[in-house]
Write a protein that binds this ligand. Sequence first.
Ligand code: FMN
Length: 318
Amino acid sequence: MAVLRAAVDAARSAPSVHNTQPWRWRIGDGDTLHLYADRSRQLEVADPDGRLLTESCGAALHHARLALAAAGWQFDVRRVPDGAPPDLLATIALTGRGEPDEHARTLLDAASSRRTDRRPVLDRPVDQAALDTVVAAVVAEDTHLYLLRDDQVVDLTAAMSSADRTEVGEEAHRAEIARWVGGERRDATGIPASAVPERPPQTQVPTRYFGPPGTLAIDERHDVAAVYGILHGDNDTPRAWLRAGEALSAGWLTATAQGLAMLPISAVVEVLPVRMALRRMLSGLGYPYLAIRIGYPDPDAPAPPATPRLAVDDILEG
Ligand SMILES: Cc1cc2nc3c(=O)[nH]c(=O)nc-3n(C[C@H](O)[C@H](O)[C@H](O)COP(=O)(O)O)c2cc1C
């Protein structure tokens, strides 16, 4: 069905950890679209539980929902259905026609310009009203976004440094990064060198180890005005991770639509003791899914390049 194929097409632009695009779609009976995890593109070393894989699939699910809503379709979504095959994460079932959703259209438009921008952000405080809309977009997806106070950012810095030290010390981790990051990415997955900064950016929370430097030009700026936060929720289950991915997408596109850049920081949830430390930082608020940074990108610098994507026929059956 053309509308479901168009939704899959729109979902291709979703962000995913290391641009692994770990999703597979199948059009089923009765106007249904099934989303599966594709374990062949799971990060076995950094993400053995599939937490980041499932969050990435959640972001794709949110993009597909936006495409359907913007085109005026009504639908139900069942997430991680009981008794379903293990890799089936969600089923979207069309239920009828309605009015095109203008808000969904705005976010879908933002999806085409959204990029992961790893450069330092401007020295301009983030507008509180804009932050409130980002938090509200996350909350609407059953997830929470805890924004860190200035004195808590240093704890995230320490957590990130510790996670990075652990990961860089592991041969298997370095090999996994080398497989997914750098070069020109002829296979349409992974992060090209052109999206990786040419040297470590000056940021309050260090960016993750990505192997040899890339070619993305950065200036001497320091992101002192950036806001850092932690996406979190009540459960540490695949369903909660899927919702967290939908929330990441909703918050990120809401930020993009207002001229803000959002950067996911996942190493802090990849290393178990660091993830537990993050949980203590949340002091009982719940389980951490991902850390993020929000700030204004430099309007005079060219946007980072679009990263490659698999073709619809590579990820869709039926
Ligand atoms: C769950 C998740 C975790 C991510 N973690 C990081 C991260 O730790 N550091 C980073 O620079 N980018 C991170 N990213 C961004 C991806 O690398 C990015 O989405 C991907 O390379 C595609 O590029 P694009 O977002 O510009 O389309 C993450 C994205 C997702 C969805």
